[in-house]
Structures are given as C-alpha cells and as structure tokens.
Design a protein around this ligand. Structure first.
Ligand code: ADP
Ligand code: MG
Length: 287
C-alpha cells in the first residue's frame, strides 16, 4: 500500500494525462454514475481532471452542468458547441467547460449519434477509424492529470475510439446477469483490440454496483464475477444502492446533508482504491 501523498506525487510527475474509460457493453449498469463521481472525487483531491462525455444521451453532461449551475447560483450556462462539432472541426480544445476547481467537461449532445456515420465517411481504413478520436485528444493530454471517458452502451465505433486512447479501463458491473454478460463480452473486445494494436491497455478493475443491498442475486453475481475475472480484479470497494444517487441525475452533485456525504464518502473509497491500483501499474511501468 502506498500513501495517498506518495501516489499524488507519482501521478503529478507523469506529464501526460492517464486516460481511463469506464465501460461495459450493457446500459444502465452505473457507467455514467461511476465515471462522473470518480472524476468529481479526483478533482476534489487536487488532480486536474477532464470528463469526456461520449454518449449522445448526454447524461454525464447534464449531471455536471447542473452541478456547475448549482454552484454558481443558477447562472444559466448554455453550450454552443459540443463534441460532434468539435470532432468535425478537428479541434477539441475550445469546447471544454470548467465545472468546479480542477474538474472539466467535454460535453456531449444528441448529434453525437452521427459519430459512426462521420467516421465511415471520413476515414479510409479500420485503423484510421479506430484512432480518429485519439489523434484529436493527444494534444490535450498534457493539460490534465486524468481524463475519464464515459461511453454509451453497444456502439462499436465509440467503444473502440475510447479504448485505444485509454491507459486503463474500469468495468462497471451492476449485479444483474446482463451486466455480467456485458462485462465478459467487453473484456473479450478489449483483448482483441489490445493484441490488434499492441495497446498496453490495463483493466484497472471491475467495480461492483449493487442492484439491491444484501440481495441473494447480488451475492450470486459477485461470486460468479470473482470466478470469471479473478478476485484480485474486482474492487474491494462495492458501491451500494443509494437513493441519493438518483437525485444527482436530476439536481447535479450536492454536498449539503448526510445522504450527499454518504455517497461522496463511498466514492472517495472507490477513487482511493482506483488510485492504488493505478499507482501499482505505473510503478511497474517505471521499473
Ligand atoms: N449505487 C447506485 N444506487 C442507486 N442508483 C444508482 C446507483 N448507481 C447508478 N444508479 C442509477 O441507475 C441508473 C443507471 O445508472 P447510469 O450510471 O446512468 O448507468 P449507465 O451509464 O451504465 O447507463 C441511473 O438512474 C442512476 O442514477
Ligand atoms: Mg451512461
């Protein structure tokens, strides 16, 4: 175990953002919640963090824009340019929005549904297609400590573009059968991309989110996940079902009462474990 100060120093010395995709091929398994709350916690810890919303549903964008507006006394902020426009203009730098100190958002919008079509029309090979976003993101990586990517379920093009630009993947696993299958298929897809492009992509861990607290199905899925992925690959920290999280979708992240603090304390645990896991691999790379 490294001290958190020690990890902070280690990460700050790397002069390029460590990029993390939060994935699972299935929807409704906690991807966006995990991505946003991990990004928020990292920013609070002093890491300069960028959350990239690659889902046309724009749930992460909504949650963070609400968080921003609540902190700025309901100042209405409108987004005049989002990720699809920036991608087609070939420049991602001018769409980034500051949310709170150290936390930045690359916002999405419904027009990001056209991303696959755009790639198909503007690239000549599978490889060019898969690395299109990576090329655009590369110049921004020096400006952040962490970049966290939230992805939609099921889009092959977006999944591949997110994964090839990432150093780490955190797999969001809600305790239901479809989420487990989605995680298994996702790992298979990651393995394929890893060997196709020699990526050095690392699965930082599988983060369980309970559907019901202390349910028998939850126990069963967790046991299965341990067998399939190996116990070490599962986060020790488990995110319980917390009603307050649903309110964050509607009002943004707040820090007002004990229900808020309970959620944020849990994600501090999640984030500290993630930092430990990443520090382990980063030190291995240096050795
Ligand atoms: N730990 C949790 N407790 C209660 N509700 C949660 C929890 N995690 C996620 N949710 C809710 O479950 C729904 C799906 O989560 P979301 O993060 O949007 O999944 P995904 O991005 O994989 O589709 C959302 O309404 C979210 O607020
Ligand atoms: Mg989502």
């Amino acid at each position: 175990m490294r001290s958190l100060e020690n990890i902070f120093g280690l990460i700050k010395e790397i002069n390029k953002a460590l990029t993390i995709t939060v994935g699972n091929l299935k929807g409704g398994v906690g991807k966006t919640t995990n991505a946003v709350l991990i990004a928020y916690t990292m920013a609070k810890k002093g890491y300069k963090t960028l959350l990239i919303d690659k889902d046309a549903q724009a749930n992460a964008t909504k949650m963070l824009m609400l968080t921003k507006m609540a902190k700025e006394d309901d100042q209405i902020t409108t987004l005049d340019k989002t990720i699809m426009r920036a991608v087609s203009d070939g420049d991602l730098s001018d769409i980034i929005v500051n949310i709170i100190e150290n936390l930045y958002l690359m916002p999405s919008n419904i027009d990001f549904e056209n991303f696959s079509k755009f790639l198909f029309q503007n690239t000549k090979s599978q490889e060019e297609e898969d690395f299109f976003f990576d090329k655009l993101l590369e110049p921004l990586k020096k400006d952040f400590d962490f970049i966290i990517i939230d992805v939609p379920p099921m889009s092959k093009e977006i999944t591949r573009n997110a994964v090839v630009t990432s150093d780490y993947v955190v797999i969001s696993l809600q305790t239901q059968e479809r989420s487990l299958t989605g995680a298994e298929n996702y790992v298979a897809e990651l393995d394929k991309l890893n060997s196709l492009y020699d990526l050095d992509l690392i699965v930082a861990g599988i983060l369980p989110v309970l559907l019901k607290n202390k349910g028998t199905v939850d126990e069963y899925i967790l046991e299965n996940a341990k067998e399939i992925f190996g116990e070490d690959n599962l986060f020790k920290t488990i995110v319980p079902q917390m009603e307050r999280i649903k309110r964050f979708d509607i009002n943004g992240i707040s820090e007002n009462d004990r229900h808020d603090f309970k959620v944020l304390e849990k994600y501090e645990e999640v984030t500290d474990e993630l930092l430990q896991r990443i520090a382990f691999y980063e030190e291995e790379k240096l050795a």
